[in-house]
Design a protein around this ligand. Structure first.
Ligand code: ADP
Ligand code: MG
Length: 445
């Protein structure tokens, strides 16, 4: 299981309550090392962090696990191995140097952002095929390639996949990934230290530039100017430029027209929010990558019912589900997903009644209500009867007596036996899981 992912999820909620500074200094260095039984174990880099976390944050951490991840447990902190440094997505400026030097064997790309990990579909196929073409080395055909789309829809992943593929095929090529922010920061540093030559050298002496989130240059006159010059230099030398943005060039506010018009010289491709089918495929692929056994109907259930269109959040839900499943030592089922992700599911305002349940069950099994109420004990009747009893208890919390009453005045021990029998089978039998989930889908959609 991906424990670093879980801690990222927890931090997301802690950021809402604490200052960015506190989270950065005291909480980011911690990590989840184990989720077991009734204990969550965190590791701190040294005893000071441990003490600080114990004195100041334990309550809040516990609360986030409970309220946001549905994991109720005690939290303990140990002094443990140093947290693995997450792969740098953005190059930072080392002290003393004006511009950052890419790590990771010559690139600053995230090695996980590759085409093999990317699910293509109708929402992103246009941008995807343009990226594929560029990664064949067909530079200048789509230059610049301008990709726009909402937050968390895969822009960064897609553009870096081009970089990774290019380097795989043409290891000598110089690929540079940067964001508006790094670009701006490095430029400011360069001006301050009077090393603009070095800065310009870095940005103009490359074969492929991946310029992420260009919208953040809006309103920054000096950076825009510098980017304009960089763009021209690269373009004139027939170097490939890929740009991402959350808006189309025309919609970018406070951006110079001459730059906007250049963005339109090549190809403008959009990424739309994923469809349910694409979300399902992403969840399945990602779960596989995380080593989480994920039945397809659960992926479909999540894709259909999670409120978000943001793929980053979709993946976040998967991390929570994984944590929940390993914590409670339960297999991933729709029911488990429902419990782990309750807060994020579409609220169906439909109120389900006992009649709805009985109707759905008799429709599913094609049996009459009168038969379910009767004394008949053939399997074709008793199974639907038991399923209906189980659902009435599960969904409506009816008492054993009430359920017994509905089925021709059966006594509570009969009902109890029926409910237990189905819930036991539900844990083991795929067939029973399928029956229940199909009826549930009928009830709630
Ligand atoms: P953006 O840059 O558009 O905000 P990202 O590229 O950062 O979005 O994507 C957010 C997360 O979702 C990343 O972890 C990325 O790997 C994943 N992701 C996005 N789109 C896809 C996709 N089509 N297939 C697989 N993973 C995806
Ligand atoms: Mg991005």
């Amino acid at each position: 299981m991906d424990e670093s992912g879980i801690w990222e999820e927890v931090l997301k909620y802690l950021r809402k309550e604490l200052s960015e500074q506190e989270v950065k200094v005291w909480l980011e260095p911690l990590s989840v090392v184990e989720l077991r039984g009734d204990m969550i174990t965190l590791a701190a880099p040294n005893k000071f962090y441990k003490k600080w976390a114990e004195d100041k944050y334990l309550g809040q951490i516990k609360k986030v696990f409970k309220e946001n991840l549905a994991i109720e447990a005690d939290v303990s902190v140990i002094v443990g191995a140093e947290k693995k440094q997450a792969q740098a997505e953005v190059s930072s400026v080392p002290s003393g140097a004006v511009v950052s030097v890419p790590k990771n064997g010559g690139t600053n790309l995230n090695k996980e952002y590759i085409f093999e990990n990317f699910v293509a579909g109708s929402s992103n196929e246009f941008a995807y095929s343009a990226c594929q073409a560029v990664s064949e080395g067909q530079f200048m055909q789509y230059n610049p390639l301008f990709i726009y789309g909402g937050v968390g829809l895969g822009k960064t992943h897609m553009m870096q996949a081009v970089g990774n593929r290019i380097l795989e095929k043409f290891p000598k090529m110089k690929v540079l990934y940067c964001t508006s922010e790094t670009f701006t920061n490095e430029m400011i540093n360069a001006i301050r230290m009077k090393k603009m030559d070095e800065f310009q050298n870095k940005y103009r002496n490359i074969d492929l530039i991946l310029f992420d989130d260009v919208q953040f240059l809006s309103g920054k006159q000096r950076s825009t100017e510098e980017f304009f010059n960089t763009f021209n230099a690269l373009y004139d030398n027939q170097k490939q430029i890929i740009i991402t943005s959350d808006k189309t060039p025309a919609e970018l506010p406070e951006m110079e027209d001459r730059l906007k018009s250049r963005f339109s010289w090549g190809l403008i491709a959009d990424i739309q929010p994923p469809s349910v089918e694409e979300k399902t495929a992403i969840l399945i692929k990602r779960a596989e990558f995380m080593g989480l056994p994920m039945p397809h109907e659960v992926a479909f259930f999540m894709a259909e019912n999670l409120v978000t269109e943001n793929i980053r959040e979709l993946i976040g839900s998967l991390v929570r589900l994984s944590a929940f499943s390993s914590f409670h030592k339960r297999k991933v089922t729709i029911d488990l997903a429902r419990q782990a992700l309750e807060k994020f599911l579409v609220k169906k305002d439909r109120v389900v009644t006992s009649e709805n349940i009985i109707d759905a069950v008799s429709a599913y099994f094609n049996v009459k209500m009168a038969d379910m109420k009767s004394k008949k004990r053939t399997k074709s009747i008793s199974m639907p009867r038991q399923v209906a009893m189980y659902l009435l208890r599960e969904k409506l919390n009816l008492s054993l007596q009430e359920v017994g009453q509905m089925f021709g005045g059966r006594d509570h021990s009969t009902v109890l036996h029926a409910v237990k029998s189905i819930s036991d089978k539900y844990k083991e039998s795929r067939e029973v899981q399928l029956i229940i989930t199909t009826i549930e889908r009928e009830l709630y959609s």
